[in-house]
Ligand binder design. Structure first.
Ligand SMILES: [Zn+2]
Length: 58
């Protein structure tokens, strides 16, 4: 089975996002910082691509 690159990137983005929020005092105070916004955008994009592909394969 070929390596699922899209799924791995999605999972990695999800991990990075979770880890950032766990460590960033700005985000914990309720304000999304610049890094958070970037990670969030990336995660949303990969999530869309991943879910779109799931839908198409059924
Ligand atoms: Zn942050």
């Amino acid at each position: 089975m070929p390596r699922d690159d899209l799924r791995e990137r999605y999972m990695a983005a999800d991990r990075a996002h979770t880890q950032h929020r766990a460590n960033c005092t700005t985000c914990q105070a309720g304000t999304a910082c610049v890094i958070e916004k970037r990670l969030d955008e990336r995660l949303a994009r990969l999530q869309n691509a991943y879910l779109n592909r799931l839908r198409k394969s059924h």
